[in-house]
Design a protein around this ligand. Structure first.
Ligand code: PRX
Length: 638
């Protein structure tokens, strides 16, 4: 590959080489060699990585693939992620190192050393234990981005219970469904969170959701925003009251000695039916995978200040705000609010103020800040930055170049990491030593064999679009869908059952240099501002409205959000199609699912394109809306 400094959109020809000061210190020096080694001896590679962690008992077997696709890793091993993310640091100088720097949207600041983090987590773990929470339970957490969100996750893990974090931007129905599926008895929440100077009134949503959730016995509420909230006697407890009880403050809290394959958390994500899928991740493999990827890809060093500007309510926050970085003993930055509040300088100000060295965010956030112009970042000294990262959707070359030039001063390589809730950590990603092409996630991470294939599993030609598959297992992979192993097989493994490959649900192409270019989802998932939503969730919210008979939702390209939701609705006979009703339906979706799911527009139609078996052909709607060829219509009913 030749270096080409041209700024033309000829994406594949544009290559950026990492600067010497980065490659010299990189944690990996030779990708090709280590990749080859990791493929030739995958188990050996992962065993080597696992040795960097502390185990109560070493594993008997690295990989058990006797019940594919229900792979097990580090079988027989005993480990708790907390033993690695907190406990072991307490015996080293890291005890006094900052684990967490947190800034609230109103500007309040809280910091925690690893010692202090342990205190907080232990206190809350003691409370959960005293409430009878134990291994086998799933605690639902519905919170703003405040330190207690991380404490709650870590406290569950410490006592061997699993957590299910529901993103604080979700609404009543989405929360109630996830509580019901997890059968949670305990819910941890807050009175509210700050977003753009306003209170996101979480407790109100919780009260509504609990009415639909008979399993909830106790609700623990963090006081964050301070407005008056309803507290039901005997059910609702203030977090600050509980953690000052003598039982919370007893001498420490023993970390449960969990099995490597014990569930650490369940994270719900959208799929092809309205019911969200609870993906299960475990203590052992996930600890190894998140810490290894974080270490190699973001080249973490003791002096780094790491900022992953995602929400802990999504997998990015689980893997790369909370678990991976804490296992690596990093200093983690966390921010509560909107990037442009009160002004579009907020992020740049925080980078300067805290001396952030690595920033990991989404293309949507970059595009959103880019539109305010270069003046905002240029007022700040961003020279502490060493590496940048991107995740959640393909990054368009314009945003990539702006990020690289204006934020990174042309000296910070951008790690465009491709992965999913299902994968637990990065699967296709550059390393700091990788020559970069804007818009490409570059090459597979160690141990992973990846391909782009047609429906029969044949590799497509160089440059052609096909389905992205993962041909080999990795320790961070989700183990199953909670309570629905058949759906796990059906969704991810059925299409390439013969070959035993994992279907990612994305389309992609590979260029002549073996670089992967992710194109986007090819299933019924829409990525809006990097957030993952299922068409079915939006459609079921629409049909839950009394005026709606049938509905279809599609994603269409949007300059800032990547994709935006457009809805097509058939009304019940006798209902008048008015602009007011269209608006009401948009708001109805927002209040059922969450503001991120609010459709851009609602179009009233008389029919929807369907197959003979009654399945809505969303691709036909999409092609029509985009003025494209609608393709093969032989399966269309009418
Ligand atoms: O379509 C891909 C897109 O995000 C999907 C996974 O979404 P989710 O489970 O919410 O996880 C997001 C954070 C890991 C993928 O199937 N995606 C993620 N990262 C990238 C991406 N698309 C292109 N480039 C990426 N770097």
């Amino acid at each position: 590959m030749k270096q080409d400094q041209s700024k033309t959109p000829a994406m594949e020809g544009e290559v950026f080489y990492p600067p010497k000061n980065i490659t010299r210190r990189a944690n990996v020096k030779d990708y090709d060699q280590l990749y080859k080694q990791s493929i030739e001896d995958r188990e050996g590679f992962w065993a080597e990585q696992a040795k960097r962690l502390k185990w109560y008992k070493k594993w008997d077997k690295v990989l058990d693939d006797s019940k594919k696709p229900f792979y097990k890793w580090f079988v027989g091993g005993k480990i708790n992620i907390i033993q690695n993310a907190i406990d072991r640091h307490l015996h080293t100088w890291r005890r006094n190192k900052l684990a967490l720097i947190w800034e609230g949207e109103p500007g309040d600041l809280r910091t925690f050393s690893y010692h202090a983090l342990n205190r907080e987590v232990s206190k809350f773990a003691n409370i959960l234990r005293s409430m009878g929470v134990k291994k086998g339970d799933i605690v639902t957490i519905y919170m703003p981005q405040i330190p207690e969100l991380a404490f709650s996750m870590l406290a569950c893990a410490k006592i061997g219970a699993a957590h299910s974090v529901v993103y604080g931007g979700f609404s009543v129905e989405a929360l109630a469904e996830r509580i019901a599926d997890a059968k949670s008895r305990v819910l941890v929440t807050a009175d509210g969170g700050w977003r753009r100077g306003k209170i996101n009134d979480l407790k109100n949503i919780v009260d509504e959701a609990i009415k639909r959730s008979p399993t909830i016995e106790s609700c623990i509420v963090v006081k964050r925003t301070g407005q008056e909230v309803y507290m039901e006697s005997g059910r609702d407890f203030w977090y600050h009251d509980l953690i000052t009880l003598p039982i919370a403050c007893t001498n420490g809290c023993e970390t449960e000695k969990t099995d490597a394959e014990d569930p650490l958390f369940i994270l719900y994500t959208s799929g092809t039916t309205g019911k969200p899928k609870g993906l299960v991740h475990t203590h052992g493999g996930y600890s190894v995978y998140t810490s290894t990827t974080h270490n190699y890809v973001f080249d973490i060093k003791e002096e780094d200040r790491w900022w992953c500007a995602a929400d802990p309510g999504w997998i990015t926050g689980h893997s790369y705000i909370v678990y991976g970085p804490l296992i690596n003993g990093a200093t983690v930055m966390m921010y509560e609010g909107a990037p442009n509040y009160p002004y579009p300088n907020r992020w740049w100000q925080m980078i300067e103020k805290y001396g952030i060295t690595i920033l990991y965010t989404s293309p949507t956030a970059i595009r959103g800040l880019m539109r305010f112009g270069d003046e905002w970042p240029k007022r700040y000294n961003l020279s502490s930055l060493r590496l940048l990262g991107s995740v959640g959707e393909p990054i368009n070359p314009e945003a990539w170049r702006w990020y690289h030039t204006v934020i990174g001063d042309n000296k910070c390589p951008i790690m465009d990491t491709w992965w999913q809730t299902e994968t637990g950590g990065f699967l296709i990603t550059p390393l700091p030593i990788t020559p970069l092409k804007p818009g490409s996630a570059t090459k597979p991470f160690f141990g992973n064999e990846v391909a782009v294939v047609d429906d029969n599993g044949n590799e497509v030609k160089t440059g052609e679009e096909g389905k992205l598959v993962i041909k080999s297992p990795w320790p961070g992979m989700a183990r199953t869908i909670y309570g629905d192993p058949d759906r796990f097989i059906e969704t991810y493994w059925k299409d390439f059952e013969k070959q035993g490959w994992y279907k990612a649900g994305d389309s992609a192409r590979v260029d002549k240099d073996g670089y992967y270019w992710i194109i986007g989802r090819i299933d019924d998932v829409i990525k809006v501002s990097g957030y993952r939503l299922g068409t079915a969730e939006i459609e079921s919210a629409l049909v839950s409205h009394s005026a709606v008979s049938e509905a279809a939702a599609i994603g269409l390209p949007h300059e800032l959000k990547g994709n935006a939701i457009h809805a097509f609705v058939i009304l019940k006979a006798g209902t008048e199609a008015t602009p007011q009703l269209a608006n009401e339906l948009r708001n109805h979706v927002a209040s059922e699912v969450g503001p991120i799911a609010k459709p851009e527009d609602v179009t009233f139609v008389d029919t929807l394109p369907k197959t003979r078996s009654g399945k809505i052909m969303r691709r036909v709607l999409k092609a029509k809306a985009l003025g494209q060829d609608v393709g093969d219509l032989s399966t269309l009913e009418e």
